[in-house]
Design a protein around this ligand. Structure first.
Ligand SMILES: [Zn+2]
Length: 201
């Protein structure tokens, strides 16, 4: 299969610092803020931060193709839209490493095979658990499903709050950013697009 933009290869392990270097980097940031990383309350912080990073960025270790690989073909000719709505996710922006908290709507029209619905949520997480910009994440989710499942089309809508503009910078809480990516019939057929968009609240 051709490697598409949905397949982002992480740095090879040999090019990455080890855990001790990562913890040292956190200590450096703590000192930079004016803190003493050796005081009681902060002694364990670097290792906690590194563990948290493992969770925030675990998507680099996951392969979207693998997740979508197992499909079900006994679907009695089902060929209508399948939509998983309001999938909550947490991500981090690649410009500030600030949280992006939002929800995703993922729909597709199958051609002969479907994936387990939890896989749609996992695909959102694979891309959320990386450094992101929302526009790219929206496109990657749609492209992964389109390439691996080869459905009639895919629609992805994401609404998210960006903490780099709600809790810092321009400080505009209550705003969210809406992005969408439509492929196949979701792009070409206005009725399909409308049906999908009517399921988004
Ligand atoms: Zn940002």
């Amino acid at each position: 299969m051709k490697k598409n933009n949905f397949q982002v290869q992480p740095l090879p392990a040999a090019d990455r610092p080890d855990r001790r270097d990562a913890e040292e980097a956190v200590r450096t940031l703590l000192r930079w803020t004016g803190e003493d990383p050796n005081r009681d309350g902060l002694v364990e912080t670097p290792s906690r931060v590194v563990r948290a990073f493992e969770e925030y960025f675990r998507g680099y270790a996951e392969d979207p193709e693998q997740i979508l690989h197992k499909t079900f073909e006994e679907i009695e000719g089902y060929d209508e839209m399948i939509v998983l709505r309001g999938i909550r996710f947490e991500s981090h922006c690649e410009h500030h490493m600030a949280p992006i908290i939002g929800r995703a709507w993922v729909g597709y029209i199958p051609t002969g095979k479907v994936v387990g619905i939890s896989k749609l949520a996992r695909i959102v997480d694979v891309y959320a658990k990386r450094l992101q910009i929302q526009e790219k994440m929206t496109a990657q989710i749609a492209q992964a499903i389109q390439t691996v499942l080869e459905p009639e089309g895919v629609g992805v809508v994401i609404k998210a709050e960006h903490h780099c503009m709600t809790t810092r910078g321009i400080h505009k809480p209550g705003t969210d950013l809406v992005t969408s990516r439509m492929l196949g019939v979701f792009r070409d057929d206005p009725k399909t697009r409308q049906e999908f968009l009517s399921m988004i609240d």
